[in-house]
Write a protein that binds this ligand. Structure first.
Ligand SMILES: Cc1cc2nc3c(=O)[nH]c(=O)nc-3n(C[C@H](O)[C@H](O)[C@H](O)COP(=O)(O)OP(=O)(O)OC[C@H]3O[C@@H](n4cnc5c(N)ncnc54)[C@H](O)[C@@H]3O)c2cc1C
Length: 300
């Protein structure tokens, strides 16, 4: 069975107990009905699984669940039906510059399912801005369609019902403004290259930015971690990036525990120094030493 170190961006984490590549929604429904529940991994770019790996069945969506089709057009408006297993990079390669609305996915190295689950986004917007509805499988293995109005999407929070697996997302895009979007996307990518440690394995921002302070001043998680002197702090092969303190990078040979120790160090040091309790953006899965996760324990 593959390990999460092989499947995910951080290149850490133990084995899947069982693993299946699922090629259509009918197979997904049958698996959920047979097993009770399954865990879905997208591109593993926002996921930390423990060194013990994960019990049960992990699935990755492929085949028909990576298809993309125009399903409706009216004037300049286009409805695009995107398979949840499709990589954002493939979608952007095909449609950026032709249809406006995809800019929030520029530089986000995940799948459509992961983007919806996380309400992925950047300074250019969030995927929730263009989602019209999602189709998927609920925790009982039944096919369900959820309209955007019924999804409580928020900052890096997809609002999916528990156990819901997205199989396709229908996006409302426009033929107007597509060329301008390319210009903004290119400038955005340049900014990322200058400020983020993209040469080493990571899962992007580890913590969400906290709400503004009492005076209404915006706060960035990376600045808070930097302010407590943790840039460059290391545990084994994992390091709080010297380039961007909200990134934890795998410098080579890191374990999931090394990464989690860095997360815990950043969280507890910021809490002790500033009173701010940062909220992780990365999804944490599997069994952990209770001193490290959930956050709040004492790493000793
Ligand atoms: C270098 C780098 C930069 C990044 N920059 C950004 C950024 O600017 N903005 C941003 O928002 N994120 C960013 N990320 C984080 C990450 O790419 C996004 O959160 C992305 O949307 C995760 O998608 P994924 O397919 O990799 O999901 P995974 O990491 O595989 O999974 C994340 C969660 O989504 C769930 N999930 C995956 N697929 C489905 C599905 N089909 N149905 C239901 N649940 C599902 C998983 O179970 C898991 O809980 C960055 C990551 C990296 C490595």
């Amino acid at each position: 069975m593959p390990t999460f170190a092989e499947l995910g961006y951080w290149k850490v984490g133990g084995p899947c107990q069982r693993f299946e590549v699922v090629e259509d929604a009918a197979r997904l429904r049958a698996l959920i009905r047979g097993e009770g529940s399954v865990f879905v991994i997208g591109n593993g770019s926002n996921l930390l699984v423990s060194d013990d790996g994960l019990a049960g069945t992990t699935v990755r969506l492929a085949g028909a669940l990576r298809a993309v089709d125009v399903v409706d057009e009216a004037g300049d408006s286009v409805e695009l039906r995107v398979g949840a297993g499709l990589l954002n990079a493939v979608l952007l390669n095909r449609y950026l510059g032709k249809l406006a609305g995809l800019a929030p996915l520029v530089g986000v190295p995940g799948t459509m399912g992961g983007a919806v689950a996380m309400n992925a986004g950047t300074a250019l917007g969030e995927i929730g801005d263009v989602v019209l509805r999602v189709e998927g499988t609920d925790a009982s293995g039944d096919a369900v369609t959820v309209q955007r109005a019924d999804l409580p999407m928020a900052y890096r929070e997809g609002g999916l019902p528990d156990g819901f697996i997205v199989t396709t997302a229908v996006l409302g895009l426009s033929r107007v403004g597509a060329a301008d979007e390319v210009v903004r996307a290119q400038a955005h990518l340049e900014r990322r290259k200058a400020t983020q440690p993209l040469a080493l394995p990571s899962c992007g921002s580890v913590f969400r930015n906290p709400p503004p302070d009492a005076a209404g001043k915006p706060r960035a998680a990376g600045q808070l971690i930097d302010s407590v002197g943790l840039k460059g702090w290391r545990c084994g092969g994992a390091q709080i990036s010297e380039k961007h303190a909200n990134f934890i990078v795998n410098c080579g040979g890191a374990s999931a525990t090394d990464v989690m120790t860095c997360i815990h160090k950043a969280w507890s040091t910021v809490r002790d120094a500033t009173g701010v309790r940062l909220t992780p953006e990365v999804r944490v899965v599997g069994d952990w030493d209770k001193k490290l996760w959930p956050l709040g324990g004492d790493p000793g």
